[in-house]
Design a protein around this ligand. Structure first.
Ligand code: ADP
Ligand code: ZN
Length: 796
């Protein structure tokens, strides 16, 4: 045997090693990056070939099938995935599963099926042979169809509509259906829409983009599916027509953008970045630009420069639900050269987008964390927008951090990676101070606009109002300011970091708290008090009329989420139109539709969770209210001060971005807390100095590398026992590694499982990984689960 016929395959299992298989005689040896079907025990799994294997023993099992005739995963991505797996103590197969769309069409292995028309068709020669082979209605792979004249015949038959590709490279359809809003008077529009909120979101969106959109684009941008589109067609609110197809995951055609002269600081930052892109050397940058300093413009222009130099670019954005909003700016500038990679796309669309990127049709990709794995050829630039955002870290296995993925890939391909934020994570801040990131600053707002004036409202001094159960929601200074703002026709943003109606239902008689039956948390009250939902496992229940414990009837919803804030707002400002932006609203009507309502001025106030603080540019907003700054501050987590600082500074940064100056009211019971005080003073340096001193003293990141091991089981004893054993073996680990626990996790029970945690802190990643290697078993004991999170973003 001359060719090595043993290959190493990555399988999407929580086991941190690859598996070796033999390629049987007669089967071509698949290239690295191709998918194969292989047996494992009784199962058959799909895996990715990562290379040849030195394992040539007789015990190797055979590869069953090679799915791709050419690799679906480019070589550099494969290498990056392996490095990511190693750095996050994860399995390469699981990282690759996150990276690749689930239904990626087989590269070079299409399957065909006959259509109704084809079944009735008459043909000669190769076409006849193919039709005969497919006549039974069976799905047949290309390689199993007659060979002579196959390619030509397939194309002809497909063009005639006699056969269809079932799974494989996207079928090329020449036309597609697009929709426009019908011409209607306001009354007609209202009558045809009726009470359809999704219908309204669709019409708003079409108004906003000012051109036809396909059903797929409509769903991506508004969350409304084909059935809503169909209903609007029936009611005469939409017209559909055929247009020349453009790929559905491509963004809109470029439109003229206002050309402004860059500020000196933008100019400086851009020239550093552009020079680096030309150098083909790894260049990591922290772009610390205060809110409204024009970071987006720097991203867009450096992406343009990257494309001009013939390389590709990836732009990561922090929030899945907001991706369509961010994507608008990119689409406006780059049109069909840009693609969105996004988990809200259907499997087919994701596969198609991936294919457009891999084949080089699309050169710039925007998306949330998973887009860090976009198969862009020769990437020259990675932008990580709002770098401080914890959503870059995946909380489920594989627990990778997209920020590090971007850096690893940039490193491999000699690219620039720009981490941009007004409030960088302390890790990035510290790295910049140590010279590991090049610090570029935008210290002024564009046009020298002032930062907003921030007042800290001491809630301890506010009169208690029985109608605002528990915590006061709208302080007197805030109400006064909002009244002024709305009377001038300006806009406001109100932040309440909790969704739902209230965080707690409480029995006034016995103190019963309606905790989730499977999680150690209280259920959140939703639907204006009618439903109870566990935010951890999603379990829903109707709110009972009586306390199940004592039979009392005095059940009270305590505290406030966005729903209750909206109700209270409507009482205080009955004539002011508002919109809500939180995860529930994004699911119901699409975040893009809500954002458009603010931009168009149809609503004057935006009420929402953290989602209102993320990167928006609403020039009409002159007032911001943080209703409760303490929610996150009170979390038992070493990052709670940092997160509070970032949230307050970010939402404050939404005010006064237009020509009129803005104000911010921050309501808190801790007006002296440094996180709040420094955010009010826009003082990142001051906050970072104090917080870093604390982190250093207690050996927390960025002064240590942290890992959390969570051991869980439905059986509390088992979890405790396994945790104890792991804790014991951790003691023998490398020098300088500190071990805390095992101890019950802050949420001791989730989804019916008891949870214990062990924290490891090490001076560097290498010793952290070696400590984990020494104490975490390859497979958890029966009945338990072990989740290892390297560099966790919270410790729940
Ligand atoms: P950031 O992301 O830093 O908070 P943005 O990039 O959203 O800020 O920019 C804020 C606003 O300023 C946007 O409306 C943008 O179009 C505009 N802008 C950016 N650069 C300039 C410039 N050089 N001159 C005028 N306006 C600018
Ligand atoms: Zn639960």
């Amino acid at each position: 045997m001359n060719l090595p016929r043993a290959i190493s395959v990555a399988l999407a299992l929580p086991i941190r090693r690859n598996f070796s298989y033999r390629v049987p005689e007669g089967m071509p040896v698949p290239e690295a990056g191709s998918r194969v079907r292989v047996p494992l025990g009784e199962r058959v799994l799909t895996g990715i070939v990562v290379g040849s294997s030195a394992d040539e023993g007789p015990g190797l099992r055979d590869v069953l099938e090679v799915l791709d005739e050419e690799p679906v995963c480019p070589r550099d991505l494969l290498e990056a995935a392996e490095r990511v797996a190693q750095r996050f103590f994860a399995s390469t197969g699981e990282v690759l599963r996150s990276a690749l769309p689930a239904r990626l069409p087989a590269a070079g292995a299409a399957r065909y099926r006959i259509t109704e028309k084809g079944a009735l068709g008459r043909a000669e020669g190769a076409e006849r042979e193919i039709l005969d082979r497919l006549a039974g209605g069976e799905v047949v792979r290309v390689v199993d169809l007659p060979v002579v004249g196959r390619r030509e015949a397939l194309r002809t038959l497909e063009e005639r509509g006699w056969i269809r590709v079932v799974s494989g490279p996207p079928a090329v359809r020449r036309v597609e259906t697009a929709y426009v809003a019908a011409r209607m008077t306001v009354q007609e529009r209202e009558a045809r829409l009726g009470r359809s909120r999704k219908g309204r979101a669709i019409l708003d969106y079409l108004d906003c983009v000012g051109r036809p959109a396909t059903a797929a684009e409509i769903r991506l941008s508004t969350g409304a599916g084909r059935s809503v589109v169909g209903e609007l067609l029936r009611r005469g609110a939409l017209h559909g027509f055929e247009q020349i197809r453009r790929a559905e995951t491509a963004l809109t055609a470029p439109v003229g953008r206002p050309a402004f002269a860059l500020t000196v600081h933008q100019e400086e930052a851009l020239s550093e970045i552009n020079a680096a892109i030309g150098n083909r050397r790894y260049f990591p940058v922290l772009l610390q630009g205060i809110t409204g300093s024009g970071k987006t413009e720097v991203y867009l222009r450096s992406i343009a420069a990257t494309l001009e130099s013939g390389r590709g670019a990836v732009w990561l954005v922090p929030e899945i639900a907001l991706t369509p909003v961010f994507a608008l700016a990119l689409g406006r500038q780059f049109g069909g050269r840009a693609a969105v990679l996004h988990s809200a796309l259907s499997q087919r669309e994701r596969g198609e987008a991936w294919d457009r990127v891999r084949s080089g049709q699309a050169r710039v990709v925007i998306g949330p964390r998973s887009a860090a794995f976009a198969p862009v050829a020769d990437p020259g630039l990675f932008v990580v927008d709002e770098e401080h955002d914890a959503s870059y870290k995946q909380r489920e296995s594989p627990r990778y951090d997209a920020r590090e993925v971007a850096a690893i890939r940039a490193h491999f391909s000699g690219a620039t990676v720009v981490f941009g934020s007004a409030t960088p994570s302390l890790e990035a801040w510290h790295a910049a101070r140590e010279g590991r990131l090049k610090l570029l600053r935008l210290p002024e707002r564009v046009d020298r606009r002032p930062l907003p004036d921030v007042s800290v409202v001491d809630l301890r001094r506010e009169p208690f109002r029985p109608d605002e159960k528990g915590v006061p929601l709208f302080s007197r200074p805030l109400v006064e300011r909002l009244t002024e703002v709305f009377s001038r026709g300006e806009q406001a943003i109100l932040l309440q970091p909790r969704r739902g109606f209230a965080p707690l239902l409480l029995c006034r008689d016995c103190g019963y708290e309606f905790r989730c039956s499977r999680c150690s948390v209280a259920r959140t009250v939703h639907d204006r008090g009618r439903t109870l939902v566990c935010h951890y496992c999603g379990e829903r229940a109707a709110r009972p009329a009586l306390c199940p414990d004592c039979g009392g009837s005095l059940l009270e919803a305590v505290g406030a989420g966005t729903e209750r804030v909206a109700d209270r707002f409507a009482e205080l400002f009955p004539n002011v139109p508002y919109a809500v932006l939180d995860r529930d609203a994004a699911r119901r009507r699409g975040a893009a539709a809500v954002v458009e309502e603010m931009l168009s001025g149809r609503v004057s106030c935006l009420i929402g969770t953290q989602m209102v603080a993320k990167g928006h540019d609403f020039p009409g907003v002159t007032a911001v209210g943080v209703l409760s700054a303490d929610t996150i501050l009170n979390f038992p987590d070493f990052r709670s001060a940092e997160k509070t600082f970032q949230l307050v500074a970010q939402v404050a940064g939404r005010a006064g971005r237009g020509t009129r100056a803005g104000t911010v009211h921050v309501q808190t019971f801790h007006p002296q807390h440094p996180a709040i005080r420094r955010a009010a003073e826009h003082d990142m340096d001051g906050f970072a100095a104090g917080e870093l001193a604390f982190r250093e003293a207690f050996f927390y990141p960025p002064f240590s590398e942290l890992a959390q091991i969570v051991i869980s089981s439905a059986d509390r004893e088992k979890a405790a026992e396994t945790a104890a054993r792991i804790g014991q073996s951790a003691l023998g680990g490398p020098q300088g590694v500190r071990i805390s626990g095992p101890a019950p996790a802050p949420f001791e029970r989730l989804q019916g499982k008891w949870r214990f945690q062990i924290l490891l802190r090490a001076p560097d990643r290498r010793s952290l990984l070696s400590a984990l290697e020494g104490c975490v078993p390859e497979r958890p004991p029966a009945g338990t689960q072990i989740a290892t999170d390297v560099d966790p973003q919270d410790l729940m």
